[in-house]
Design a protein around this ligand. Structure first.
Ligand SMILES: Cc1cc2nc3c(=O)[nH]c(=O)nc-3n(C[C@H](O)[C@H](O)[C@H](O)COP(=O)(O)OP(=O)(O)OC[C@H]3O[C@@H](n4cnc5c(N)ncnc54)[C@H](O)[C@@H]3O)c2cc1C
Length: 404
């Protein structure tokens, strides 16, 4: 049977569709926001980026600036009525690209405050929203996400962290790993499966205070990239959580998560493009001012052709990421585009950072070189919001109806 004889439902979306979307320019207010952040990055972030990488944390003064006027980038997506900036997801793309240009760790610290409110807005009671959203926006509260368990993150349904329910409360037992910024968190969104449902039970999410008895930061895990933020193993040992802290319905945590990531993956992708853009700039500046054999490096095709090729990919990936986020803002389905954008942007970040090392030569590999940090970060950032293979697994299901 040829492809032409299959109906659209039989091909499960696997044939490449004709175009149905064209690019729109950024609105004046989004351009204003971009300029504000570009200026912030140049004046406040770039001078600190090496220190952030070396000390594994953002200086408290930087957190405060991020949360304060005129930036208000912490929880930017939180609606104005809950004390946030009310940023659109397209604006989150702009924010992440500019922050990623300096430091993907910095971008991640901010992105968590996009994912968490988005998740809460899918799942939490109005009471919890009123309690937590204003506190996130003002940076009184920082909430982390603890999904990945010791069994791995790609197949969350197989997680071993589990809960039992009793009289108006839940008891959680398990171990989470790679929890970003756990040492900075007042609370965590934790996912667990019901004890009696066996290995592949549906998951439930809870909002758990960091000082809850039984919750403990067991060990710091050191990643080779994105070193400007910490990652931790978090242990839950008979941790009691009141029913009022269950997020949404039992068994629906993954549905809320997928809906959340459909909204936030576009901005994560543009954060990766910020890394790529910086790498291209680092390589370009070096190639423009460095001479070998009596001429500038940039004059060699083997140097400028790949710079141009990656720039073309970057521009195309940005369009796709913005398209997916514009769809999120409009409440339209966008899962395929967010996944494609994330895979594409991650690969471009790695390629751009690798190229920067090639262009800078040995000087790109020394510990004071921005290029080596970008290369470390570009590899590490692949795993946030689902690994590239996790995207391919989802896309293969969308396109061809196949499951892992
Ligand atoms: C810097 C950093 C910060 C993080 N922060 C957080 C956080 O705050 N909260 C949190 O919960 N998690 C966090 N994570 C964890 C992240 O979500 C996971 O790394 C990610 O989900 C992948 O899971 P894993 O690393 O356990 O890989 P695994 O699930 O063990 O998989 C290993 C590799 O195999 C691939 N793979 C798995 N199954 C298949 C298949 N069927 N076919 C093909 N390939 C497959 C995966 O894509 C991956 O590349 C963070 C990770 C990093 C690196």
């Amino acid at each position: 049977m040829t492809a032409q004889t299959l109906t659209p439902s039989e091909t499960a979306g696997g044939l490449c569709p004709p175009p149905e979307w064209t690019a729109a320019p950024l609105t004046a207010s989004t351009q204003e926001l971009r300029d504000l952040i570009t200026d912030f990055v140049q004046r406040e972030a770039i001078p600190l980026e090496e220190e952030i990488d070396r000390t594994h944390k953002l200086p408290p003064s930087l957190w405060q600036k991020l949360a304060s006027d005129p930036y208000r980038l912490i929880g930017a997506v939180i609606p104005k009525e809950y004390g946030g900036r009310g940023a659109t997801y397209v604006e989150c793309c702009v924010i992440m690209e500019e922050l990623g240009y300096s430091s993907f760790s910095l971008a991640t610290c901010v992105e968590t405050t996009t994912i968490v409110p988005t998740y809460l807005m899918q799942s939490a009671s109005e009471e919890l929203l009123k309690e937590f959203l204003p506190a996130i926006a003002s940076y009184e509260t920082y909430i982390g996400i603890a999904i990945t368990d010791m069994n791995g993150g790609t197949d969350p349904a197989a997680m071993s962290t589990c809960f039992s329910c009793g009289d108006g409360e839940y008891r959680l037992q398990g171990k989470k790993r790679l929890v970003s910024l756990a040492d900075n968190c007042n609370a965590f969104i934790v996912m667990a499966r019901e004890e009696s449902t066996g290995a592949r039970g549906a998951l439930t999410a809870f909002l758990i205070d960091a000082d809850t008895p039984g919750l403990r930061l067991a060990e710091e895990e050191f990643c080779f990239g994105m070193r400007g933020h910490t990652t931790w193993i978090v242990e839950l040992d008979d941790c009691v959580v009141p029913a009022s802290r269950r997020l949404g319905d039992e068994g629906r945590a993954m549905q809320y998560l997928f809906r959340t990531l459909d909204r936030t993956r576009g901005s994560y992708a543009t954060g990766a493009l910020g890394v790529a853009r910086r790498a291209l700039d680092v390589a370009t500046e070096f190639a423009m001012r460095t001479e070998t054999f009596g001429k500038r490096l940039i004059e060699n095709q083997s140097i400028h052709f790949p710079l141009i090729e990656i720039r073309a990919r970057l521009e195309a990936a940005r369009l796709l990421a913005h398209k997916s986020s514009a769809a999120a803002d409009a409440g339209q389905p966008n899962r395929v585009d967010t996944s494609l954008a994330k895979v594409l942007a991650g690969a471009i970040a790695i390629d751009a950072a690798s190229l920067a090392i090639t262009v800078l030569g040995g000087r790109g590999t020394t510990s004071d070189s921005v290029a080596q940090r970008l290369l470390r970060d570009s590899h590490t950032l692949q795993f946030g919001q689902g690994s590239p293979n996790a995207q391919f697994i989802g896309l293969a299901h969308d396109f061809y109806g196949v499951r892992p």
